[in-house]
Design a protein around this ligand. Structure first.
Ligand SMILES: Nc1nc2c(ncn2[C@@H]2O[C@H](COP(=O)(O)OP(=O)(O)OP(=O)(O)O)[C@@H](O)[C@H]2O)c(=O)[nH]1
Ligand SMILES: [Mg+2]
Length: 690
């Protein structure tokens, strides 16, 4: 029996790493009796962290899905990773949710990663509830953290609960709407009672605040409130839902995941105040036949459509595709159309995901998050739909990569296996990129951070039994020239019989950065016959692949071929090609050759206190700061930094800021390497040539 769409709640847990998302998911699964015992992240026995790479790190690296029944509703929770290394997966899986549960650590407050995750919830327009977790820990402070939330997040947070006691005295919460206190025993069960005497005054004033805030969600309610009418608890609950869904405010509740305090109330709040797929409404897509915008409502009787949020690669069980149903109903087995890839796909068994396991499902209606195994073509981000009612949804692109490593097989002969296994892992994680860099003859694996890449290497070994070494990639330097010169390239050989004769005069001059290579034929009067001119150009192109300075490709120069001579018998294409190549070598030696290096555009976001260190460090990396800005309580620095100095920035920034700083980067342009540094690079390059 499938659930009615209105009783579904798809909720993603987001926050910085360590805020307690996985522990919270565990507590919810335990309280709803899905789990028989409450596991702990540090014991490696939770339902949501199960990949060996997660157990090793006691931290989530991949979003996990599970479901439970609560008050006649089916709640699907998506436990996302809070580490930026895995944020592409976090963002992708957030697309399956209708609401977000933002976990804020009562000790550490809002870290940069939580702000970034908040941005994602904003991007997908998800209503939010904030759970202030870890109130049982030393130095926990609800008030301080609430102030911080208020200063950083829009829409405004409103307090729904107050903690009873803090740190080791944390016992329970007062629910402001009902005015009841809930005190939890060792077993995580709540006892309902009266508000402690020393909290009466605070509870009264906070309830007044709350009523005023909630009433704002409903014009009728605010009028009644202003008229002095007493609003009922039900009035308030209805308006609370309305205001949360309309982004008028964000309810804030509190508790402790590991002590199982406040979790039942939080689950009540999910049912009461978080959206169902019906509240999310229709989803807009494109009709592939006409390119017109069309939409699908979450209606079980309309044609099926959905989109893929995650793919899991398994060398034995094959690919597992996790998707959200937008419209229509899918049966236990059947076919659908992949509108992105334009192919039909068959599936044998619809599955519900419960942590690391999957259980067969009879059918799935709108809003369901389900999986199928062994699809052939389908990957994350693809749209699936009924063959007779095609639609294409616009899913989020993977986040841009931030760091690259050159990878090498540990044992010779494994190269092909590396490629094929990595390709499978790339299907699972579209934020990874695999490239062959021809300039340096390396295979580059790029991702969101060092830990991201390291977990890929671990997965390669575990899933596919191939071992690779990670190396710092070589910098793809280039060369160019700075002066205009004119030289002759002459190739003449007389070795009995047929000789060889090619003779050209070229002028070589610098071009602006990024212009590459230009060739101008300015031969007049046939001093070089037409058929030999392309040969001269070819000779130059071939030899400029290895510049005269350090063997890097020479770019951004113009060659004008303006004179030369030929021999009626001895001239040939080959001879002119050699003449062109000789001319290029001679010219570039005389034209003041210099080394160019790739420069990255970098944006670093950091809490203010680390600004000094970060600026100093960027300076040390030959960075040029282009501008600074404030974003919430953070500072944003934009800079240009040479790639050579930025290869290992991710771990360095992490240690400089205790993981609170983040950055993005992209290639910007090539720039001249300062002479002193260039000298060393040239020396190194020439040494390895010998
Ligand atoms: N004292 C206390 N510790 C908690 C609480 N919630 C979580 N922890 C601990 O905090 C640590 C991190 O918790 P996780 O649940 O793994 O945090 P997470 O948000 O899932 O972190 P990532 O998966 O890395 O994003 C673990 O050691 C938990 O036992 C809490 O309410 N109180
Ligand atoms: Mg986790």
């Amino acid at each position: 029996m499938t659930e009615k769409t209105e009783s579904l709640r798809n909720i993603a847990l987001v926050a910085h790493s360590g805020a307690g998302k996985t522990s919270l998911a565990e507590a919810m699964l335990y309280d709803s009796k899905v789990l028989k015992r409450l596991g702990r992240v540090e014991d490696g026995n939770t339902a949501m962290d199960f990949e060996p790479e997660e157990l090793k790190r006691t931290s989530s690296i991949s979003s996990a899905f599970h479901q439970f029944k609560w008050k006649k509703h089916l709640i699907t929770i998506i436990d996302t990773p809070g580490d930026q290394n895995f944020f592409s997966d976090t963002r992708s899986c957030l697309q399956a949710a209708d609401g977000a549960l933002v976990v804020v650590d009562a000790v550490d407050g809002v870290k940069v990663q939580t702000e970034q995750a908040w941005e994602f919830t904003h991007e997908f327009n998800l209503p939010r509830v904030i759970f202030v977790n870890k109130l049982d820990r030393e130095r926990a402070n609800f008030n301080r953290v609430f102030q911080e939330i208020g200063a950083l997040f829009q829409p405004k947070p409103i307090i729904l609960q107050l903690p009873i006691g803090e740190e080791s005295d944390f016992k329970g919460v007062v629910d402001l709407i009902s005015g009841k206190a809930f005190v939890y025993g060792e077993d995580g069960k709540a006892k309902e009672g009266e508000v402690p005497n020393d909290m009466l005054e605070l509870v009264e004033s906070e309830k007044e605040n709350l009523i005023e805030n909630i009433a704002e969600a409903d014009d009728d309610l605010i009028e009644r409130y202003l008229d002095g009418e007493t609003l009922s608890d039900d009035d308030l609950r209805i308006a609370l839902r309305k205001g949360t869904l309309a982004h008028t405010f964000v309810p804030v509740v509190c508790g402790s995941s590991t002590k199982n305090i406040g979790i039942d109330l939080l689950m009540n709040l999910i049912v009461d105040a978080m959206p169902s797929p019906l509240d999310r409404g229709a989803m807009v897509g494109i009709d592939p036949a006409t390119d017109n915008e069309i939409e699908r409502t979450p209606d079980a009787s309309t044609p099926f459509s959905g989109y893929v949020v995650k793919t899991v690669a398994d060398p034995y069980a094959g690919r597992l595709t996790i998707f959200r149903v937008v419209s229509g109903t899918l049966g236990a087995d059947g076919t659908f159309y992949n509108a992105t890839k334009e192919v039909k796909e068959r599936y044998n068994q619809l599955l519900t995901i419960t942590g690391k396991e999957q259980t067969p499902a009879a059918e799935a209606g709108p809003g369901s998050i389900v999986a199928v195994a062994k699809l052939k073509e389908t990957v994350t981000g693809n749209t699936l739909c009924d063959d007779s009612a095609k639609i294409l949804y616009n899913c989020a692109e993977p986040l841009p990569t931030l760091i690259s490593f050159a990878i090498e097989a540990k044992s010779k002969g494994d190269e092909d296996k590396i490629f094929s296994s990595l390709t499978k892992l790339l299907e699972e994680d579209p934020s990874l990129k695999l490239d062959r860099r021809s300039e340096t003859k390396e295979i580059l694996l790029s991702g969101l951070g060092q830990i991201h890449i390291e977990t890929v290497v671990e997965k390669l070994k575990r899933k596919f039994n191939v071992e690779v070494l990670l190396k710092t990639p070589k910098v793809p330097y280039r060369e160019t020239i700075k002066k205009k010169v004119r030289v002759q390239g002459k190739h003449k050989k007389q070795t009995g019989g047929h000789g060889q004769y090619g003779d050209c005069w070229i002028q070589i001059e610098p071009l602006p950065r990024g212009r590459g290579f230009e060739f101008v034929d300015a031969i007049v009067g046939g001093v070089i016959p037409k058929q030999y001119i392309p040969a001269v150009e070819k000779g130059i192109i071939e030899s400029c692949q290895k510049g005269v300075l350090a063997g890097y490709p020479c770019v951004d120069f113009k060659v004008t071929l303006d004179d030369g001579s030929y021999h009626a018998v001895d001239s040939s294409e080959m001879a002119f090609k050699i003449a062109g190549s000789l001319a290029f070598k001679k010219a570039s030696e005389e034209a003041q050759p210099v080394l160019l290096e790739p420069v990255m555009n970098v944006t670093v976001t950091t809490p203010e206190e680390y600004m000094g260190d970060i600026m100093g460090d960027l300076n040390g990396r030959r960075g040029k700061v282009l501008g600074m800005d404030t974003a919430g309580k953070n500072q944003v620095i934009k800079a240009n930094v040479p790639m050579a100095e930025f290869l290992s920035y991710a771990p360095d920034l992490r240690s400089m800021t205790g993981g609170r700083g983040i950055y993005v980067m992209e290639f910007s342009h090539y720039d001249e390497v300062p002479a002193q540094i260039a000298e060393k690079i040239v020396e190194e390059a020439n040494k390895s040539k010998d």
